[in-house]
Design a protein around this ligand. Structure first.
Ligand SMILES: [Zn+2]
Length: 176
């Protein structure tokens, strides 16, 4: 590759990384949660830059990085620890699905394969006796030290609202 072409390619890569950061609201330190409360289920969708969990955004390259990635995945999969739902609703974890192209997990959105950045998405389903009785969720996600803030959108049969959370707070109130 000639120097001129390489410079052009570098410029294009940097441009697309910037566009990606703006367009997808991929901001390190911030993750998005969408919480849906239905009669007998409660579902949490997580969208996070991989950096929040690992401090890097690519496939692990060393044994230490692989161990770090495995530990993060195991932690996320323990849905009841990540999302402590008000016991009044009697919810039990039913299904967890994680996807990340960098970690070769699940079925990642091809749009996420962007230069220099990578995400991890999670879907956490709980079956509940009566999800509407859940007055709060205590999140364990701030165990990931790089995560500073959660942008939380809640949808219940009674309406939708925002509930942003900043460390060290961990309780998302689900009542209006
Ligand atoms: Zn990033």
């Amino acid at each position: 590759m000639s120097i001129a072409i390489r410079t052009l390619a570098t410029t294009l890569l940097m441009g697309s990384a910037a566009a990606y950061a703006a367009g997808h609201a991929h901001v390190h330190g911030v993750a998005k949660l969408d919480i849906a409360v239905e009669a007998n289920s409660l579902t949490v969708l997580l969208e996070s830059p991989l950096d929040n969990l690992l401090g890097f955004e690519r496939a692990p390259r060393t044994d230490a990085e692989r161990r770090q990635a495995d530990a993060a995945i195991t932690k996320l999969r323990s849905a009841a620890a990540m999302f402590g739902i008000d016991p009044a609703a009697q919810c039990k974890p039913a299904h967890v699905e994680l996807s990340s192209s960098a970690l070769k997990l699940g079925h990642p959105d091809p749009k996420e394969q962007q230069e220099g950045h990578a995400d991890i998405d999670g879907s956490f389903e709980f079956k509940c006796a009566d999800a509407s009785k859940a007055a709060y969720i205590d999140v364990g996600l701030f165990d990931f030290a790089r995560l500073q803030r959660l942008e939380v959108q809640v949808a219940t049969p009674h309406g939708q609202f925002r509930r942003d959370l900043k460390r060290p707070a961990r309780r998302i109130v689900l009542t209006k």
